[in-house]
Design a protein around this ligand. Sequence first.
Ligand code: ATP
Length: 463
Amino acid sequence: MADLMDAVTSLAKRRGIVFPSSEIYGGLRSSWDYGPLGVELKRNIRNAWWRSMVQLRDDVVGLDAAIFMSPRVWEASGHLDAFTDPLVECLNCHQRFRADHVPGWHAPQSGHEEDDTTIDLAHAPKCPNCGHDTFTDPRNFNLMFKTHMGPVEDDAASVYLRPETAQAMFVDFVTIQQATRKKLPFGIAQIGKSFRNEITPGNFIFRQREFEQMEMEFFVEPGTDEGWHEYWINERFTWYTDLGIAKENLRLREHDPDELSHYSKRTVDIEYRFPFTDWGELEGIANRSKPHGDSFDLRRHAEHSGEDLTYFDPEKERRYFPAVIEPASGVDRALLAFVLDAYRTEEAPKAGGGTEKRTLLALHRDLAPVKVAVLPLSRNEALAPEARRVHDLLKPRWMTQYDDAGSIGRRYRRQDEVGTPFCVTVDFDTLEDQQVTVRDRDSMTQDRLPILKLTDYLEERLA
Ligand code: ATP
């Protein structure tokens, strides 16, 4: 399984999907750059989420809020006091760890908000680096990045890089509700960067300090929240399977009561069978309606800002705080899961007989970075103008690539390993009969058809 991770990491770098940031300077451990194909893949993931969460619904609207928010937001939300992880340092090798990630650690798992950071000395945890069993006492380490706004570096000018996108949906709740005149139930969705000073980033792009979230706050009438929670758990699970992730590699995990965040009535994670952790969180779906059965966050922001953040229910003719369901996912983790799940190697027939190994990313067509590759059979000058014409025909509709370098077999393999669903080959017969060959990535079958019918053919299969 670790081999799978190595294979995917190396493919991602070799093909310009994602690779370490600032690598010529030795890299910056937790930062990653998405190259030409990674940008497309990431954009396709975001678009698939946005389409399903916003555009195809009439009860969710979008938001793109600033990353810098008033520091008072983080005071009200509790992040300033409690968005911490327990940090321990090995007294022998001085490596630092998140205590709840040290094997043998027995405090309630995870929960950045947990204050209980005791280590059970009866089952002394060992340092994952050197095996020693003596650590400093855990101390709570706040994960928010702090910086200064404007030219004065004093505390009054302190601002934070947001550690989640969610808070803007609460802070802007009334403005958006009034602007859109939405009635409950309705949601506000946002995609954007978040920043956490993770103690131990790692496992490729799984845990970074700068990452991208896709979050939605769904505001509902209190009392209907539990049903809506179930609804969103199902919707979100299906989103991943509809986009090609095998069901057996996904599971739902209920948070134990002692693991729940202080604002959560119930949280269910969608986990993926990542090769490095067995199961790891892909998305959390929380009912952020504790302790009053309605929105923890709206109440807190109302208290701290002095503004009325309740909703006026025109049917019931009364004001109240809605309850809130939050599906919170990460673009980077989703990308990693989609790629891991789509990665396969197989024996394929070789031109001229026999077989050869081919690597394939069997990505869903909506996610594939390049949808169609146009390949002249050879670099022969006679083929280029016709192949370029075919490319020009397809370019406005789909993300395409023109490739004339190397043998046709090698070019097919190159497209297979980045998940391109179709290759269109222009050969010498094309010049006579105006027909091209379309090769399907998964079945490797080839269809010969007139150029005139090409866009309809692809439209049918890529739409
Ligand atoms: P974990 O327990 O793994 O630290 P979390 O429970 O703190 O994650 P949430 O606050 O629920 O995560 O964030 C929602 C989603 O954002 C996660 O499911 C994940 O996809 C993504 N995410 C959170 N932290 C990171 C990170 N450091 N790097 C990449 N993605 C992240």
